[in-house]
Design a protein around this ligand. Structure first.
Ligand SMILES: Cc1cc2nc3c(=O)[nH]c(=O)nc-3n(C[C@H](O)[C@H](O)[C@H](O)COP(=O)(O)OP(=O)(O)OC[C@H]3O[C@@H](n4cnc5c(N)ncnc54)[C@H](O)[C@@H]3O)c2cc1C
Ligand code: FES
Length: 363
């Protein structure tokens, strides 16, 4: 589906004949190489954005406002975008969940992860004017036309898609009941507190609860034990959960089967996913003719990267499908579920699949 961002439609000039001609006679990569030397935002196809403002969102998170070029195709609130930055000469890609703003810009809020390459770069080093590449938006945690009442569960940076959904619902007059439960370790790690409280004050159908796991209440209000009696008609709710892998797993365990629908997206692997088979296997890369030894306890993506091979990827969490690759033979283990799969000539997502036996991949 092509989602047209209304402001882009207004701001973007119609394709000019030189661009149409260029598309016929040179490759997009070659055109981009020369055109970006004249103006860094001129590309034939690649969506790029310029960083136009930054502000502190919490003690360890910043909000960056990005103004995309005309190739950005827009997004639905709740979706994510793979963002590319260049760090020490290497392009690194990570996913973020933007809030689309009225003027066509996107606001991403990035929590700095200890030792994190891209989050550290965006939170501390990115400067106004920097260019950031964007890929097509993805993700299914969006609002259907008519929806059940919602229960939104967010932990840490999992609040970002919820913020986009709530702003969109507020713009439509909050047509349904929504309860947001938002976990952080401490008060100074909460983002958008004033904005969320103001939305709740303006819309009686919206209830917002902040839950702090390292401050205040005893025992800690964890998602697997926190009382949910205050949520009216829980069984009829559609639940959307977003946050670290362990949080999403615990939320699913608690609520799956007890509510009308349960949808979740994890921003990081649950700790248990890392533990797995031991030893190494041989992985043959059919296209490049290389054969490498990879560890059974690691995702194929991480294992290949450790060998200096750079497969295409985006979210690294099995959501965007960018890393999907043909498996000609062998068995892989899905890291999120533990399921084994050995059907020949099928697709595997390298970021959430670990090798169980020797493999042949279409790489
Ligand atoms: C669909 C999707 C949407 C996302 N949206 C947002 C968003 O809006 N805002 C945001 O701040 N982040 C978001 N993330 C997380 C983001 O993509 C990166 O994973 C995060 O910024 C860390 O990247 P890094 O390069 O700094 O860390 P890396 O250098 O990749 O990793 C450094 C260390 O941190 C661990 N780690 C990686 N990611 C996380 C994490 N999310 N939580 C805890 N530990 C982690 C790694 O296991 C590793 O040990 C999203 C992730 C997904 C999959
Ligand atoms: S990188 Fe997104 S599915 Fe693997």
């Amino acid at each position: 589906m092509r989602i047209v961002c209304p402001m882009n439609a207004i701001l973007a000039p119609r394709p000019l004949w030189p661009i149409r001609l260029a598309r016929r006679v040179v490759s997009p990569a070659l055109f981009d190489f020369w055109a970006t030397r004249l103006n860094p935002l001129w590309t034939l196809e690649q969506p790029l954005a310029r960083l136009v403002s930054r502000s502190q969102a919490s003690r360890d998170a910043v909000t960056l406002v990005l103004r995309p070029n005309r190739h950005w195709q827009g997004m639905l609130p709740g979706q994510h975008v793979n963002v590319g930055v260049e760090i020490e000469g290497r392009r690194l890609v990570r996913s973020y969940s933007p809030t689309p703003l009225d003027d066509g810009s996107l606001a991403i809020t990035v929590k700095a992860i200890a030792g994190g390459l891209v989050s550290g770069h965006l939170a501390r080093d990115a400067r106004i004017g920097d260019l950031i590449s964007l890929d097509t938006a993805f993700g299914d945690m969006v609002l259907p036309g008519k929806t059940d009442d919602l229960l939104l569960l967010a932990a840490g940076s999992g609040i970002t898609p919820m913020r986009a959904l709530l702003r969109s619902l507020a713009a439509r007059g909050m047509p349904i009941k929504v309860d947001l439960m938002y976990w952080a370790r401490s008060r100074d790690e909460l983002c958008f507190v004033d904005e969320l409280d103001a939305l709740a004050a303006a819309h009686p159908r919206l209830h917002v609860r902040h839950l702090l796991t390292r401050e205040g209440a005893e025992p800690d209000p964890r998602v697997d034990t926190v009382p949910l009696d205050a949520i009216a008609a829980l069984a009829d709710r559609r639940v959307l959960a977003c946050g670290p892998g362990g949080f999403v797993q615990a939320a699913r365990h608690r609520l799956d089967g007890q509510v009308a629908h349960f949808d979740a997206e994890a921003f990081s692997m649950p700790a248990a996913a890392a533990a797995g088979d031991e030893g190494e296997v041989q992985v043959q890369l059919a296209r490049s003719g290389r054969t490498v030894q990879l560890s059974r306890g690691m995702s194929l993506l991480e294992g290949l990267e450790a060998q200096g091979i750079r497969p295409r990827h985006g979210c690294r969490m099995g959501i965007c499908n960018t890393c999907a690759c043909g498996r000609q033979s062998g068995t892989t283990r899905q890291l999120l579920t533990g399921d084994l799969s050995s059907e020949p000539s099928s697709q595997v997502r390298l970021c959430i699949s670990a090798p169980s036996t020797d493999l042949i991949l279409d790489l």
